[in-house]
Design a protein around this ligand. Sequence first.
Ligand code: DOR
Ligand code: ZN
Length: 344
Amino acid sequence: MDRLTLPRPLDAHLHLRDGAALAAVLPDSARQFADAVVMPNLKPPVRSTADALAYRQRIVAALPEGADFQPHMTLYLTDQTPPDEVEKAVAAGIVGVKLYPAGATTNSAEGVTDLDALRPVLAELSRLGLPLLIHGEVTHDSVDIFDRERVFVETVLSPLLDALPDLPVVLEHVTSAAGVAFVRAAGPRVAATLTAHHLLVDRNALLVGGIRPHYYCLPILKRREDREALLEAATSGDPAFFLGTDSAPHAVDAKEAACGCAGCYTAHAALELYAEAFDGVGCLDRLPFFAATAGRRFYGLPAPAGRLTLARGEWQPPSQLPFGEGRSLRPFRSEAPLSWRVLA
Ligand code: DOR
Ligand code: ZN
């Protein structure tokens, strides 16, 4: 197969940032995706429906002339989120509420410290069928960073699903075989997004032959066996697993630092990176379902107009891209050519 045409896909997990950074990165996503579920971890976070609608307007205003791209907005759950915010969110078309355990990742300082105290909010999500989107890692010092997703699934997610049997949940950017097995067994109200970078590389890319900060993201890259489990899930045709890039841009100097930020920028070549991963296991024919159907089915989103074609052929992505205000970012995997290209 040297060509693949698919409906314009959904990015079900995207960081667009704000201001000059938003203007710099948004065209990359709008070129390939018809729509995206936009993460709320701005500084300050997108806490309320009013914040989300204002952020949505800034995104729409930053779109290139003629672009056809729908941002689907999310709220950032904090210890102070009032239960009645959920009804307002649903009425305004917000598609989910994001749970960041406090301290788990970039801009999560205002995240949740006590999930039990938020039972009234979670009960409202369940009653109204608004998905809880979860960064699934525990943050205790006592748990090794490579085990944080598995321990979260066992000690937080499993009891949460038992307590709220109707709550729709997305385990965002699942990275481990344990996470995949859990989602598979959990039934149709539980889904997971999968990033291109976790499908393409394991922790050796981060650590062998020198430390490579542009491969540092959270949840951290895991073992080869985990990557194999993720690839198997992505290409299985199980509607519980769908595309979410977690494209997370940071300026080069914030990544190449003594304490570098977590996040990989993949929006410049998102579909090409997924195509490489799917093609690598001989399953390119499964990419349209994963990229354009399964996520929209979970969220109840309409199929968009338009199609996009990928063609086999080597090209070298740039190693630096503008990130606004004189800064630049380094896209993921720009040190080697890619073998698929989205046709203009
Ligand atoms: O690597 C990551 N970067 N993981 C996240 O969960 C957040 C993201 C970001 O916003 O930079
Ligand atoms: Zn993310």
